[in-house]
Design a protein around this ligand. Structure first.
Ligand code: HEM
Length: 472
């Protein structure tokens, strides 16, 4: 008996050692990837490569990229090789290289590499994650529907949500109690997106525990297990598909699908038209335009919900984070706050005190403050791309292989002292009419750039109006 268990133990040990040697050799080989390709690289660590352990990070991945951008730039590098665990990740540093990836040579970098699975996880197949032709066709159909006229009409819904927030804020001020401003603005974000994308009146201030608010929070607060699944989808999409991995929690999928089904049925039955995102999607669904995109079928309820869902995901956190940081910076810089307040008062006087789309458009200094907030605190700190066909970096003998992940550090660019002097300083004057003209393309891109930039900023002329629209 003792002999058997000791043999078993030795066998296990031998298997373990053999496995450890295989893993070690594999990592040693892959960690030489950039060296073999003659690309300068940051020394990776076993096992997470050049990033922190994603399950217990101390800073965000965007900040890590920002630091790596800074270090590489200080060394005079034009690009740098990184590793996500054993997976190579390419980061352009030089502005020309950045421009090529996000705009000029976009055809090589059309995808983000974000995992989706329309069959088992229908809400994951949205504009942000879709790939290649599917993405291109859907984007082409959706972009022209984001007209400033439609945004202007939708603004009324936002004002309505703003009113709920103002009443609740008056109450808070009367009681003189403190509040968690991020959570508070999250409530406002929920109301805006609930109303504009799903056509429902949530009023999170009256009912902070509404189903919509609770499920929305659940959709955004991913567990470590969900993060691990997203990560698996990123590093091994085929395996994740085979395992039918779903990244959206089941209760979230069920909830949003149910809301959408009910709202669409109600609107279609009662012939209701409303100036909101859902109406835009419904018009697309009913116009047969989607048949061109998808071949024969029209938009299904799942596909429609997935698009409304990404408007919610992409719009909610970005906007509430921006508003929170904007208030934070104004609290830190009372002089700036005072200037904003004076401007608002002066502009509103000429509009009989009415907060409306046009009056907000006239608040130029407020716009500068928001622009500077987005520079210092970009809600998305890096852009993701995947190389979809071998790409020779112009002027070099380096080829980026098909399948390589590419990360563009927005954070690094926004804090680059060559482009933004004294980058730590909160200075809205950088965006004055005169100074704005001096800002080179691609050094300031809180909404991304190129054909895959944020759809919430289209058409480009009304990009800032749209953001204003989100702030009120
Ligand atoms: C302060 C507000 C916002 C910021 C800073 C922001 C930022 C961004 C960024 C950086 C990207 C990636 C762009 C790229 O890869 O080049 C993006 C994509 C996207 N955003 Fe926004 N966003 C904001 C608000 C919104 C809103 C309100 C919506 C809702 C309509 C939205 C919908 C999207 C969508 C659908 C995409 C994916 C576009 C595509 O792949 O075609 N965003 N956003």
């Amino acid at each position: 008996m003792a002999i058997t268990s000791s043999t078993l133990y030795t066998d296990f040990l031998a298997i373990f050692v053999a496995l450890a040697i295989c893993v070690f050799t594999y990592f040693k080989w892959t960690f030489k990837y950039w060296e073999r390709r003659n690309v300068p690289y940051i020394k990776p660590n076993f096992p997470s490569g050049t990033m922190q352990n994603p399950l217990w990070p101390t800073v965000s991945l965007g900040r890590t990229f920002g630091k790596q951008y800074k270090e590489s730039k200080e060394k005079g590098l034009k690009h740098v090789g990184l590793f996500t665990f054993s997976m190579p990740n390419y980061m352009p540093i030089d502005l020309e290289y950045v421009k090529n990836v996000v705009a000029c040579d976009f055809n090589y970098f059309i995808d983000r590499g974000v995992y989706y699975n329309e069959k088992h996880d229908p809400l994951s197949a949205h504009l942000f994650s879709l790939k290649g032709t599917k993405w291109r066709n859907l984007r082409a159909k959706l972009t022209p529907t984001f007209t400033s006229g439609k945004m202007k009409m939708m603004f009324r819904l936002v004002l309505e949500c703003g009113k709920h927030m103002t009443y609740a804020m008056d109450e808070i001020c009367r009681k003189q109690v403190s509040l968690d401003i991020k959570d508070w603005l999250g409530g406002f974000g929920t109301d805006v997106i609930g109303s504009c994308a799903f056509g429902i009146d949530c009023n999170s201030f009256k009912d902070p525990n509404s189903d919509f608010r609770i499920v929305s929070k659940r959709a955004l607060d991913q567990t470590n297990w969900e993060i691990a699944k997203i990560f698996l989808g990123f590093v091994h999409e085929k395996l994740a598909r085979k395992l039918a991995i779903c990244t959206t929690p089941t209760e979230v999928t069920k909830f949003f699908l149910k809301i959408m089904e009910e709202t669409v049925r109600y609107r279609e039955k009662n012939n209701i038209m409303r100036n909101d995102f859902l109406q835009i999607l419904l018009e697309l669904k009913n116009s047969n335009e989607m048949k061109e995109v998808k071949g024969s079928q029209n938009f299904t309820i799942e596909e429609l919900t997935a698009q409304a869902f990404i408007f919610f995901l992409a719009g909610y956190k970005t906007s509430s984070t921006t508003m929170s940081f904007c208030l934070y910076e104004m609290a830190e810089h009372q002089d700036i706050q005072e200037k904003v307040r004076k401007e608002i008062e002066t502009v509103l006087e000429t509009y009989d005190g009415e907060v409306c789309y046009d009056s907000i458009k006239e608040m130029k200094y407020l716009r500068q403050v928001i622009d500077e907030t987005l520079r210092k605190h970009p809600p998305l700190e890096y852009l993701l791309r995947t190389c979809v066909k071998d790409y020779k970096v112009p002027g070099t003998d380096v080829t980026i292989e098909k399948g390589t992940a590419v990360s563009v550090s927005i954070y690094g660019l926004h804090y680059d002292p060559e482009y933004h002097s004294d980058p730590e300083k909160f200075d809205p004057e950088r965006f004055s009419e005169e100074n704005k003209r001096k800002i080179k393309p691609f050094i300031y891109m809180p909404f991304g750039e190129g054909p895959r930039m944020c759809i919430g900023t289209f058409p480009s002329k009304s990009r800032y109006n749209f953001i204003f629209f989100l702030q009120f």
